[in-house]
Design a protein around this ligand. Sequence first.
Ligand SMILES: [Fe+2]
Ligand SMILES: [Fe+2]
Length: 289
Amino acid sequence: MNKNEIFKRLEGIRNLPTLPSVIEKLGRAVRDPKSDAPRIARIIEDDPSMMARILKVVNSAMYCASEPITSLSIAVARMGMVAINNIALSTSVFSTYSKASQSDFNREEFWRHCICTGIAVNILYDRCAATLGQRYEKDVLHLAGLLHDIGKIVFETYFHADFMSAIQMSHEQHVPLFQVELEVIGADHAQVGAWLGKRWNLSEDLIETIRWHHEPENAAESRQGIAMLCHAANYICNLVKIGESGDAVAPAFFRGVWKRLGVEVDEISTIMDQVREESKKSEILLSLV
Ligand SMILES: [Fe+2]
Ligand SMILES: [Fe+2]
């Protein structure tokens, strides 16, 4: 199949998971300059299961709240509309794609890898912000890491046999999975993930990062910062071996990327320790999977 045929086939899938309608509503409200915290809280409260998930996350070790946050309006007032919107988005992705299919692909380990990448993006950003000279919100960075490999779930669900043989070939031939996907399926998980991101109306920052997480230098100039952070974070998470992304070959080490981030090679092991430490706090997210 060529790329166009793949996207045509995906467009034709009727039950392709969509994010809950509340996410759409929430996104619109957050972009509306007239919105306030009570309006955002009301939208979420209309979906009790989402409300419960968000409260669980904001009260977890990840956010170190000084005292328990008991209502959505307090959560929005304290953390801001954009942060709550992004937490809603990440918990929705988990619940949309949580159920392991009858597959040999281990979704729990896959999400562990993605959560680890989200954490590593933030740790790297804390070190590189000054060098990068671009400002990003923490929750956007976390989402970028969380979603970078989302295309693999699309493949696993709709191109199952081909995806599993791509994984096997990647292991046997020691070739990066995305390259084997191009050969076996006709598109790679970065392209398909970006396509899904567009359908979900994710921000351009996120779509571009998903699209170029293996080749960040190809991202649009204004988005190279976040794409490089995600690329480097993915690299780190493969080294610390938290989770399992399905890829047999460690991501390529692009010296130029690390140079532009201002990270020296001998700093990588300290960053790995930090990622291991921070990852312990994120077990709450896995409990939503
Ligand atoms: Fe990837
Ligand atoms: Fe990855």
